[in-house]
Design a binder for this molecule. Structure first.
Ligand code: DOR
Ligand code: ZN
Length: 420
């Protein structure tokens, strides 16, 4: 196994130092290493994404485990959690093991499957949570993401079930009766455009219900893609009471607003929808404060025919793995420790993922990424490693370039390019 010397690297913004990588771990020395000139580069623990759509099995035309893994590595990630809304749905031990195995074969990031909460994401019957948990994939997080577990009794039973193995239910908070036919955030812009609105309360009502259920049962709840100021207040109160709840925000909800829907360009269609500027500000504040624990991409690749069509027919979602860190850098600035906390350490801790999100001290597994904070990059969809092109940042200049990523001491990205 090759040893590496990262010469003059800055660990999370600290003074330049030399970091050695030997036998997959961070070391204080090495013999005959391959030298990487890391002057001006910042090392972060490899990013961990708790919310990625990889589309395999079923929609390999939009993404595969391999292309999504490559996209993740290029974005500085060393672990991603693959959502269950594939075809077939990841609601059995067989499907989660398939995804897990494909991830191992690609070998670019650790791919951890998320299991469905209900059979076929249909919201009627609990899936085989125990079988997925005890499978080779060792599933700990369950989600019907894309759909809300709307039935409160089913949600309660799911929370009770996973408590036995300290599992987590990750909820897509959307009261379906309040979002029938919805096309965008319900507000001034939707009124002006004459599009059916997705009201903030549809998210907030489910989060309020679910924190009460989680409190009642004593289980762990994770809230996917929080998008409104009101949701932040519900979470703040629940956390103050000691409810075991964690929450994520996406890069796009930290940067973009519902005004973009006025273009009628479906690249801006996403679920939950882009909200108002005051929601964006509340989400940023909550992320800094820790009321929102982590950034998760909700990387949602879609084939051209599902995006380049009329707004109403377009699928919701945006690719995000390759632009997440630059977007977060543009929002938070170079607060490296905060970025490491929200994009690596806390997601790893929530998921119980060992070896990722470390403090990069000597002896830690060498899961890390090197960022050039002084570089600026114009996003070109054609350059993305994802199989899909539906980025809302085409033509946008974003700060930061991911120069290298290491997974257990092996480079997956060097000079900004995927190694395999
Ligand atoms: O925008 C979204 N796209 N939101 C979801 O909840 C699902 C996702 C997808 O699977 O495309
Ligand atoms: Zn979702």
């Amino acid at each position: 196994m090759t040893s590496y010397l990262l010469r003059g690297v800055s660990l999370l913004g600290a003074a330049p130092t030399d970091v050695h990588i030997v036998d997959g771990r961070i070391s204080d020395r090495s013999s005959d290493p391959e030298i990487i000139d890391a002057a001006g580069l910042v090392a972060l623990p490899g990013l961990v994404d708790l919310h990625t759509h990889l589309r395999e099995p079923g929609r390999e035309d939009a993404e595969t485990v391999e292309t999504g893994s490559r996209s993740a590595a290029l974005g500085g990630y060393t672990a991603v959690f693959a959502m269950a809304n594939t075809s077939p749905v990841a609601d059995t031990a067989g499907v989660v093991e398939q995804v897990w195995r494909l991830g191992r074969e690609a070998g670019l990031v650790d791919v951890q499957p998320i299991g469905a909460v209900t059979v076929g994401l249909a919201g009627k019957q609990l899936a085989e949570l125990g079988a997925m948990a005890s499978s080779a994939a060792g599933v700990r997080i369950f989600s019907d993401d894309g759909h809300c577990v709307a039935d409160p009794r089913l949600m309660r039973r799911a929370l009770e079930y996973v408590k036995a193995f300290d599992g987590i239910i990750a909820q897509h908070a959307e009261e379906p009766r309040l979002t029938e036919g919805a096309q965008m955030h319900e507000g001034e812009v939707s009124t002006r455009l004459g599009l059916t609105g997705w009201p903030a309360v549809a998210e907030e009502a489910i989060i309020a219900r679910d924190v009460l259920l989680a409190e009642h049962v004593g289980s762990r709840l994770h809230v996917c893609h929080v998008s409104t100021a009101g949701s932040v207040e519900v979470l703040r109160q629940a956390k103050a009471r000691g409810v075991r709840v964690t929450a994520e925000v996406t890069p796009h909800h930290l940067l973009l607003t519902d005004e973009l829907a006025a273009s009628y360009d479906p690249v801006y269609k996403v679920n939950p929808p882009l909200r108002t500027a005051s929601d964006v500000q509340a989400l940023r504040d909550a992320l800094v404060e820790g009321v929102i624990d982590i950034v998760a991409t909700d990387h949602a690749p879609h084939a051209v025919e599902d995006k380049e069509c009329e707004w109403a027919y377009a699928r919701p979602g945006m690719v995000g793995l390759e632009t997440a860190l630059p977007v977060v850098l543009s929002v938070l600035g170079e607060r490296w420790d905060l970025i490491a906390e929200r994009m690596s350490r806390t997601p790893a801790r929530i998921a119980g993922l060992t070896g990722h999100g470390t403090d990069l001290s000597v002896g830690s597994p060498a899961n890390l990424t090197l960022v050039d904070p002084s570089a600026r990059r114009v996003v070109d969809p054609a350059e993305l490693a994802s199989r899909s092109r539906n980025t809302p940042y085409a033509g946008t200049t974003l700060p930061g370039r991911i120069v290298a990523t290491f997974l257990r001491g092996e480079p997956t990205v060097l000079d900004g390019k995927a190694v395999k």
